[in-house]
Ligand binder design. Structure first.
Ligand code: BES
Ligand code: MN
Ligand code: ZN
Length: 502
């Protein structure tokens, strides 16, 4: 989809479809008001007759409006004028984009930027328009033999801005929105791939493919033999029951000052989590193909950052494994020595995410990073605690947690912080090793898992995002969300601004 910004009166736009916002109680947005005045009060007449109430989720398509030069007008309900918040604005956009797709127009001029959204500026609104339109266009039909493509797909959207003064910031908003949307799409595609095709080697190939597309990226794949040599035994313990060899995928993006410490994103890439010998119950087990969504978000975020040419040093690390109950599989009770030298008693092979991440975190120490953020579909307990709206956030460094909260607000990709108190640590005591990989009680499972990771992040400014509830949707709309690509990209955008203002 192509996006541009444009200013000018709505009635004078030669467009296939004008998109105007209408509030409840017959209130018009400023652009709708202007259009109404120039076109003999068509809109106010229609509202008076009750053809449209202006509720969110409602829309009305008009043709041949006298005095207007556009082919169609799509009126979109905005709800009560004072009640438009982030969520409502996104709802309105999703509805408008869906309705627009059904019109047959291949191009449109959108005036929804003049809906007043509480606490949000034009830049944010433009970004949301770009991200939401791309999101509603998304289909994963690569593996369907018959695809139902629209006859005349929407190709171009012009977004209205007040004037010249807003031009360059608005164009930047489009660039950011488009880069984030492309990153989200990549993460969704990878997440939705079936686990027979998307295995660790596939993720490695995808990382390589990204370096082909963007010359600023370099990839390096660590094979099992190398991982064994350096002592990544916790990671290898997860992989050993599978016929698919593990890969540690490293992507380097070095466009920052040479002396600048890198930001490292570590992704959990379990391409299928059967639970291993501690086998999962059958219900919804197919969804464990999404256990690599952390990895997918690392690739998606890197894609977005490269496209935005951020002047930063960024490293993506992906621990890619398959967790299967083969004859070579790890047994409950096995003890392994992790890359850090700490020993772990594996009491439950289904608590595998922390085992691959702990070695990846230790590995990350080598690059003396400014900050390390791991992203993982780590615990069902996180869904119990927070539901499916925010990512669970944990950090050993309050300024990093704060920066992520700021980025979450700016990108509307929300987080909620949970504690990492010492009190929880004793749950991981083991009689036979330095620690166990699970606690004996299920209480606070998301926190216990984060506490386990924190033992491998002592030398790092580290944050952990538990995306178990947010990486994909279940039920009728089952599919990957591409989150937290918006959050992570925003976090890095903010770091780039910080660097350039120093
Ligand atoms: N990948 C799962 C977590 C998960 C489960 C995410 C369901 C989303 C939906 C993880 O590897 C896992 O199995 N965790 C266990 C930990 C337990 C054994 C301590 C869990 O959450 O049950
Ligand atoms: Mn598991
Ligand atoms: Zn898992």
């Amino acid at each position: 989809m192509e996006f541009t910004v444009k200013s000018g009166n709505p009635e004078k736009q030669r467009t296939a479809c004008l998109v105007l916002g209408v509030y409840e109680n017959r209130r018009l947005t400023p652009s709708a008001e202007q259009f109404d005045a120039a076109c003999g009060g068509v809109l106010s007449n229609l509202l008076r007759r009750g053809d449209l109430e202006g509720k969110p989720g409602q829309s009305l398509l008009l043709f041949n409006v006298p005095e207007a030069v556009c082919e169609r007008v799509l009126l979109v309900g905005g709800g009560r004028e004072r009640e438009v918040d982030d969520r409502r604005f996104r709802q309105i956009l999703t509805h408008a984009a869906t309705a627009l797709n059904e019109t047959g127009a291949t191009e449109a001029m959108v005036y929804l930027t003049d809906l007043a959204v509480k606490g949000r500026d034009l830049h944010w609104k433009i970004r949301q328009i770009v991200e939401t339109v791309e999101e509603t266009q998304y289909r994963f039909d690569a593996l369907k033999s018959k695809k139902d493509a629209p006859r005349r797909p929407l190709r171009k959207i012009n977004i209205n801005i007040p004037g010249r003064k807003e031009q360059s910031d608005s164009e930047q908003a489009i660039r950011e929105g488009a880069a984030i949307a492309a990153g989200v799409k990549l993460a969704r595609d990878l997440g939705n791939m079936p686990p027979n095709l998307c295995h660790p080697a596939y993720l490695a190939e995808q990382a390589q493919a990204l370096t082909g597309e963007f010359s600023a990226l370099q990839a390096h794949i660590l094979e099992e033999s190398e991982m064994r040599q350096i002592g990544m035994n916790a990671l290898l313990a997860v992989s050993q029951g599978s016929a698919q060899p593990a890969k540690l995928i490293r992507l380097d993006y070095r466009q920052g000052p040479a002396a600048q410490k890198p930001y490292i994103l570590v992704g959990k890439g379990v391409t299928f989590d059967s639970g291993g010998i501690s086998l999962k119950p059958g219900e919804a087990m197919d969804e464990m193909k999404y256990d690599m969504c952390g990895a997918a978000s690392v690739l998606g975020t890197l894609r977005a950052c490269v496209e935005l040419q951020l002047p930063l040093n960024i490293i993506g690390l992906i621990a890619a494994v398959e967790n299967m109950p083969g004859g070579q599989a790890t047994r409950p009770g096995d003890i392994v020595t992790s890359l850090s030298g700490q020993t772990v008693e594996i009491l439950n092979t289904d608590a595998e995410g922390r085992l691959i991440l702990c070695d990846a975190l230790t590995y990350a120490e080598r690059d003396e990073p400014a900050a390390v953020i791991d992203i993982a579909t780590l615990t069902g307990a996180c869904i119990v605690a927070l539901g499916r709206h925010p990512h669970g956030l944990f950090s050993n460094h309050p300024p990093l947690a704060h920066a992520l909260q700021t980025a979450a607000h700016a990108s509307s990709d929300r987080v909620w912080e949970l504690p990492l108190w010492e009190d929880y640590q004793e749950g991981l005591d083991s009689n036979f090793a330095d620690m166990a990989n699970i606690a004996s009680s299920r209480d606070g499972g998301a926190i216990i898992a984060a506490c386990f990771l924190s033992r491998f992040a002592k030398k790092l400014h580290w944050a952990h995002l538990d995306i178990a509830g947010t990486a994909w949707k279940t039920g009728k709309t089952k599919g990957a969300t591409g989150r937290p690509v918006p959050l992570l990209t925003q976090y890095l955008l903010d770091r780039a601004v910080e660097t350039s203002s120093q």
